[in-house]
Design a protein around this ligand. Structure first.
Ligand code: MSP
Length: 520
């Protein structure tokens, strides 16, 4: 099983373009893995507990549960709109998740891996964590990234993170794919050094925070939101699930084939690369069953971080309504290199769509179908005619598929799409060089004409399968116009030349990618 999961989004607000990117990226990977023949389980969801949710709910005068559920609906609606098709949905308020978190807490407590102590220190409300002197900047202050910092003196429960530091260091050093891309490994190893002598505070007194999962062994406390949220990756995969829970079989989902959490760079350290593997190690998950972290970069706005206070937050719903949800899906995985940051720019979104989909692919599909209708009555022929340019087109397709696959296997969606786009450009060049509209006027050139149109249409058939993880609806339309709905079930291994059978009658062309006019 190929298990792919994403960070669960905080429900203290509405989804923005960063949330949308992560879910679309994961959805594209999930769809691609299915195409590659893997069985896939794709989990995403929402993070409903914690101080941020409690605080925002209070400001709005509603109870946190109602508030979290209200925002949860906004996420579900957006994923529906963007055709993000998940197999599992994680909500941390779910009783099944709560039961799993409590079982883990009880077990670790009984084993002495969780202990109670008095602690006096500084606490960042924004990051919901205690700060140590290591977090102070060169002036000895806690920087702006920590938000409001207050002094607290309280008793809490701690997880013995430090017991696992040596194991974690060697696991990260030895593992090839614990963090993807690998340039982030140093960041993780440095963070392990910093954290190796500190334990993790996993409780919050109810006097301060009520909105969380109660500790099973001390009802005066709730669970720290990160300890609760991280467990979603296993609770919703069926870990310690009761019979009849309708959750999947954990041993099937959490397999060794591939297990990838898709997260943003801001939550790599310390939560996902330190707390989480140590938690998994503590409950007895084997080294070869540790997940990989696919760490993506951020969408910024004119080089700046998106933030409510700057007022530059981009709403994905409005964009999908204005330009189409597949236009947005395409742009989100095309104009950013997985792992790096990129600048979100609505003009570039339109330009990318117009150039690669409307002008390039749209043009190829229209030409292939139109010309075939006019000069071949839409009946595709396979004959003896062949030439160097047609052989070059077939090679261009083989190369594009190889490039696309190797990029997608490495989660590099931008390069994968570039490879496909290059082949489509080749096909349009091929059409211009061979001029089927001229060949149609010459009866003696019939075989050449049929071959040229076959090569163009066959390329459309291949591209409709290869692009389907990114723009599924448009690809289904191409397949329907080719009258080959069975292409929807093709796996990558079945993509050999000749998807269109000889004598097959294709359908009528209808523009699938109308150009978007850019306003001045
Ligand atoms: N609730 C935690 C995650 C818990 S996972 C066990 C959280 N939520 S979040 O809503 O703040 O962020 C959700 C995801 O969106 C994170 O992976 C984060 O990196 C990602 N992004 C938030 N802003 C982003 C951009 N501007 N660009 C790309 N991704 C961004 O953190």
């Amino acid at each position: 099983m190929f298990y792919i999961s994403t960070a669960i989004d905080y429900t203290n607000g509405a989804p923005h373009i960063g949330h949308a990117y992560e879910k679309v990226l994961a959805d594209v990977i999930a769809r691609y893995r299915r195409l590659a023949g893997d069985e896939v389980h794709f989990l995403t969801g929402v993070d409903q507990h914690g101080q941020k949710v409690q605080q925002t709910a209070e400001k709005e005068g509603v109870n946190p549960a109602t508030f979290a559920q209200r925002n949860t609906k906004k996420f579900i609606k957006l994923w529906d709109k963007l055709d993000v098709k998940y197999d599992g949905w994680a909500e941390t308020m779910d009783e099944r998740h709560k039961a799993c978190v409590q079982k883990i807490l009880s077990k670790l407590h009984a084993e002495g891996q969780i202990y109670k102590k008095q602690y006096k220190g500084y606490y960042s409300i924004r990051q919901e964590q205690f700060l140590t002197d290591k977090e102070r900047d060169e002036n000895g202050e806690f920087g702006a990234e920590w938000g409001e910092v207050e002094e607290r003196d309280e008793e809490n429960y701690y997880f013995k993170l430090s017991d696992h530091a040596d194991w974690l260091r060697s696991h990260v050093e030895a593992s090839e794919d614990f963090v993807i891309p690998s340039f982030r490994k140093t960041e993780v190893l440095n963070a392990i050094e910093r954290a190796s002598d500190t334990d993790l505070c996993i409780s919050r007194p109810k006097t301060r925070l009520r909105w969380g999962i109660e500790l099973p062994f001390d009802t005066d406390f709730v669970t720290y939101v990160w300890f609760d949220a991280l467990i979603n990756y296993i609770s919703f995969a069926g870990y310690l699930a009761e019979d009849g829970s309708e959750l999947p079989d954990f041993s099937q989902v959490w397999s060794t084939q591939a297990n990838v959490h898709v997260i943003g760079k801001d939550i790599l350290v310390p939560s996902h690369s330190i707390y989480w593997p140590c938690m998994l190690h503590a409950i007895g998950i084997a080294d070869e069953q540790m997940p990989s972290l696919l760490v993506h970069g951020w969408w910024n706005i004119k080089g700046e971080k998106m933030s409510k206070s700057i007022g530059n937050v981009i709403d994905p719903t409005a964009l999908a309504e204005q330009f189409g949800s597949e236009t947005l899906r395409y742009y989100l995985v095309r104009d950013i290199i997985t792992g790096k940051d990129s600048d979100f720019d609505a003009d570039r979104l339109v330009i990318t769509y117009n150039t690669e989909l409307a002008n390039n692919l749209g043009n190829l599909c229209n030409r292939a179908l139109n010309m075939s209708k006019k000069s071949l009555n839409s009946i595709m022929e396979v004959n003896d005619y062949d030439d160097e340019d047609s052989a070059a087109l077939r090679k261009s397709l083989t190369d594009a598929i190889a490039g696309y696959r190797s990029a997608m296997d490495n989660y590099d969606t931008a390069t994968a799409l570039q490879k496909l786009n290059e082949h489509v450009s080749f096909c349009n060049g091929y059409a211009e060089r061979n001029e089927p509209w001229q060949l149609a006027k010459d009866e003696t050139a019939h075989n050449r004409l049929a071959t040229v149109l076959y090569h163009m249409a066959e390329s459309c058939a291949h591209i409709s399968v290869l692009l389907s993880p990114v723009i599924p609806e448009a690809c289904a339309k191409i397949q329907s116009q080719l009258r080959l709905p069975e292409l929807a079930d093709k796996k990558l291994s079945e993509l050999t030349w000749g998807l269109i059978p000889a004598g097959h009658e294709i359908g009528k062309p209808k523009p699938i990618f109308p150009r978007i006019q850019l306003e001045e």
